[in-house]
Design a binder for this molecule. Structure first.
Ligand SMILES: Cc1ncc(COP(=O)(O)O)c(C=O)c1O
Length: 407
């Protein structure tokens, strides 16, 4: 972290109270612009609101990101109140409730249909409303590159229609009268840091999109590529190299646009963590110190109730230390090994173990990096009934409180 950012975070920690989340919206904008620039207009960018649904953040993102993807009526409401028109919103996700399908239909957003059953329910809804609902069919591929991060493909899954079932299902689904098929959607994996694996996955997507278009007997207007772009969380991980990624992906999209089955489709790159993750921090103050059986423990005012991911409790097999920064170490402070824990009454509430940091005293503030995505909204904030952490946006050095009350 650069010195200027470190000073600003230290100031926020000192003056605004902890624990709190801080999002550098200018960094998010720079990331979007860098991505758009290497992709040369081949994709529209869609931001998955689930990664961080803070309305202040959505407002800050909107001028740079064309589309928002939501997965609940609550997220739909947030997207609309950020000023995003319904025509720029898609609604994906399994187990959508009837009231959510109704809300989506009423708003006029596009609905990403996850099963044949859901397509039929939507068709009935469209017929009852007297105008067909615009849908994308989510496809569940049978394969994934082996080196991909977290994979959702090739096994029983609640997401999308299985590739193997398309020959039987698609010809029937395209005849449904209450829905209008705008195109196809695939999101089969996430948190990949390997440009080759992402490009290989996109090749699978394109094959499957073409197969689906042929079975449906129509040219899709829209194709959503669930990006799977990952971010580094641990010291031995490197960020995705945008240039290398574009070198592999851009020719694939150029070929897609030359293929008579898919030509003219609007290609959408859907992602959450890559856009906002690296630009966010959780600040926590050390409020106690103890030594137990040879281990130096520091007691923090944030635990996994505020950041379940940093405690390694969301899809991680082995807990590893996230990037921690001591925001105001004493000059020449010796580095020591610490165990950092939160306030919850469970041994699982460990934020870091055997982490080397400059000497930590009571009152010091630590920043947990890579925390802009799946931080507060993914965490069990009601556990132990502490107040929900405040949230701040920093834009060109100006700090805005964008805190929300828990729904
Ligand atoms: C349909 C869909 N889109 C987008 C995302 C965002 O994923 P990520 O934040 O890893 O980019 C997810 C994650 O679960 C998802 O299920």
């Amino acid at each position: 972290m650069d010195a200027q950012r470190q000073r600003l975070l230290a100031q926020i920690g000192r003056t605004r109270g902890t624990p709190c989340y801080v999002y550098f919206i200018d960094e998010v904008r720079q990331r979007v612009q860098a991505l758009k620039s290497v992709l040369g207009g081949r994709f529209e960018i869609s931001y998955a609101v689930k990664a961080n649904p803070n309305v202040g953040l959505l407002r800050g993102l909107r001028p740079d990101v064309a589309l928002l993807d939501v997965s609940s009526a609550g997220e739909l409401q947030r997207a609309l109140s950020s000023g995003c028109p319904a025509a720029h919103i898609s609604f994906s996700g399994p187990a959508k409730r009837d009231v959510e399908l109704q809300a989506a239909a009423e708003s006029g957003c596009e609905i990403v249909c996850e099963s044949a059953d859901e397509a039929e329910a939507l068709s009935q809804l469209g017929e009852a409303r007297g105008s067909p609902l615009k849908i994308l069919l989510r496809l569940n591929p049978s394969r994934m590159p082996r080196r991909f991060g977290i994979s959702m493909a090739g096994r029983p899954s609640q997401f999308g229609i299985d590739e193997e079932d398309l020959p039987e299902q698609l010809p029937r689904l395209v005849r449904l009268r209450g829905v209008e098929l705008a195109g196809f959607h695939i999101y089969s994996g996430t948190n990949c840091l390997d440009a080759d694996a992402i490009a290989e996955n996109f090749a699978f997507f394109i094959e499957l999109f073409a197969q689906a278009a042929q079975l449906a007997g129509c040219r899709p207007r829209k194709l959503v590529f669930g990006s799977g772009f990952g971010i580094p969380y641990f010291a031995d991980e490197m960020p995705l190299e945008l240039g290398a990624l574009a070198e592999r992906i851009n020719p694939q999209i150029d070929a897609l646009q030359a293929d008579p089955t898919l030509a003219g489709a609007q290609c959408v790159l859907e992602m959450g963590r890559w856009l906002v993750g690296p630009a966010g921090y959780l600040l926590t103050q050390v409020i106690g110190a103890k030594r137990s059986r040879g281990v130096d423990i520091r007691l923090c005012d944030a635990g996994f109730n505020n950041h379940i991911n940093a405690a390694g409790m969301m899809g991680t097999v082995i807990r590893r230390n996230w990037p921690f920064t001591h925001l105001s170490p004493e000059a020449d402070a010796p580095r020591r090994s610490y165990m950092l824990v939160g306030p919850l009454c469970t041994t699982a509430d460990v934020l870091a173990s055997q982490i080397e940091l400059p000497e930590i005293r009571k009152g010091d503030v630590l920043a947990i990096g890579a925390s802009g995505a799946y931080g507060l909204s993914a965490s069990p904030a009601r556990f132990i009934s502490h107040p929900v952490p405040a949230e701040f946006i920093v834009d060109d050095g100006a700090i805005t409180d964008v805190s929300e009350t828990c729904p």
